[in-house]
Design a protein around this ligand. Structure first.
Ligand code: NAD
Length: 235
């Protein structure tokens, strides 16, 4: 069975009402990265950082998966699909995708600010100052901040290097090391990029750019891939 690796960014959740980072009305128009999404911010003003992520979590809980998330869950019924996401929301999982690797963490989880392997679900949507891990240290959002290591990169590189088809959706490809994943695609693989602002990537040979929103572009591509599989298996 063909292996399809899907690499998603904030753009896939935009039509669910979750703001991206860099679009004109994106989050960084309202906040400074350095004040809410860095370890320095946490040391300086943990309550403000906690509040920022509590608001983001509320937004995620109110959002619903869109047609793009559901189409990818459908794709899993026909191919060996692995999703690698830069998103911290849980919309892929809620749409039914089973194989999801989060590069930048998961907002619906909390982790110990000292023991990073101690991770807990956030039950009522809020992490408060004073909420502690079992060893007595403050809980923080289970997200990767700018300047922190991305622990899942090595496993993601391996996944991408085995892809027959690589699909990139809704990412400006500007946050590293995650954006560097695309260079691990095998030369023979077919690569699709779905993003209204999709730009050419010189080093990738078999690249097809689909300048559409995820909500229309992804279901159309999924339908095409499923139909092509049916046609080839009939030959
Ligand atoms: P980004 O904000 O840098 O880029 C967003 C991309 O999405 C742009 O290229 C834009 O053209 C595209 N886009 C906008 N609307 C779209 C649509 N309807 N369909 C398809 N594409 C659309 O986001 P990024 O590249 O993911 O990178 C940055 C960081 O943003 C990641 O680290 C991620 O953790 C974080 N982030 C996550 C969420 C989330 O979890 N939903 C939300 C905001 C930011």
């Amino acid at each position: 069975m063909k292996k399809i690796v899907v690499f998603t960014g904030a753009g896939i959740s935009a039509e669910s009402g979750i703001k991206t980072f860099r679009d004109a009305d994106g989050l960084w128009e309202e906040y400074k990265i350095s004040e809410v999404a860095t370890p320095e911010a946490w040391y300086k003003n943990p309550a403000m950082v906690q509040d920022f992520y509590n608001k983001r979590r509320k937004q995620v809980m109110e959002a619903l998966p869109n047609k793009a998330h559901y189409a990818l869950a459908e794709l899993e019924k026909h191919f060996d699909v692995q999703i690698i996401t830069q998103n911290i929301d849980d919309l892929h999982e809620r749409a039914g995708s089973k194989n999801v690797l989060h590069l930048h963490g998961e907002i619906m989880k909390a982790r110990s600010s000292t023991y990073e392997k101690l991770i807990y679900p956030v039950k009522n949507g809020i992490i408060s100052m004073g909420d502690k891990c079992e060893k007595g240290f403050q809980l923080r959002p289970h997200v990767v901040w700018f300047g922190e290591e991305v622990p899942n990169m090595e496993i993601a590189y391996k996944m991408v290097s085995k892809a027959d088809i690589f699909i990139i959706i809704g990412t400006s490809l500007s946050v590293y090391p995650a954006a560097g994943l695309i260079y691990y695609t095998p030369k023979k693989s077919k690569v699709y990029l779905i993003d209204p602002q999709g730009k050419n990537i010189d080093t990738i040979e078999n690249l097809e750019i689909i300048k559409e929103k995820a909500g229309t572009g992804v279901p159309a591509l999924v339908e095409h891939l499923i139909n092509s599989k049916k046609t080839t298996s009939r030959l």
